[in-house]
Design a protein around this ligand. Structure first.
Ligand code: URA
Length: 210
């Protein structure tokens, strides 16, 4: 894979992901693991943020200490499964601004249609991290990034849990400027657009729906 895809191979991430994939993992445990893994992935997706220094007083003496530079970053959840990743990332970056993009698939055209869009102001000055656990066909991810760019976002990263090669290609073709961070790159998509071997329907598994 190219530099634009970061595959997070850390043992904690891989172990937790294996537990999440197992079909007999309960909704409660799935949700807890997703929260934990989201925090580990948040650590990776924020790597290399611009830094500055601030003059602080330690108990011993003043020092110029490092802090993250720039405006508060924006986390954008692609509904509904994105919310599962969002919660954990927000625990690590509590001051982040939060947006939501809702898309459904038109069964006639198979194209994503927007039903909800609410994002923080001054998107052009923020790092925007779009979150969606499953990068499958890439259609909804590409459409969500299109909308974020139309709203002014210039510096976007995409965070997911599982990616299919088809989805990665689609994203890289449409948005080569958007780095992808993922915990796994699986084999392929099946005829219904599910990632194989995958973990099933991420929304159903995290919310206990069917
Ligand atoms: N969305 C899911 O929830 N699971 C997949 O495997 C693909 C898309």
């Amino acid at each position: 894979m190219t530099d634009h895809v970061t595959h997070v191979t850390h043992p904690l991430v891989q172990h937790k992901l294996t537990l999440m994939r197992q079909q007999d993992t309960s909704t409660a445990v799935f949700r807890q693991l997703l929260r934990e893994i989201s925090q580990l992935l948040a650590y990776e997706v924020t790597r290399g943020l611009p830094m500055t220094t601030r003059l602080i007083d330690t108990p011993l003496e003043p020092m110029e200490a490092p802090v993250i530079d720039g405006k508060k970053l924006a986390l954008v959840s692609i509904l509904r499964a994105g919310n599962g990743l969002l919660d954990g990332v927000l625990e690590l970056i509590p001051s982040a601004r939060v947006g939501f993009v809702g898309l459904y698939r038109d069964e006639a055209t198979l194209k994503p249609v927007q039903y909800y869009f609410k994002v923080p102001t001054e998107l052009e000055d923020r790092l925007v991290i779009a979150v969606d656990p499953m990068l499958a066909t890439g259609n909804s991810s590409v459409a969500a990034i299109d909308l974020l760019k139309e709203a002014g976002a210039k510096n976007i990263r995409f965070l997911c849990l599982l990616a299919a090669p088809e989805g990665i290609k689609r994203m890289q073709d449409a948005h080569p400027d958007v780095p992808i961070v993922t915990a796994a790159i699986d084999s392929h998509l099946n005829e219904k657009g599910y990632i194989v071997p995958g973990l099933g329907d991420a929304g159903d598994r995290m919310f206990g729906t069917k």
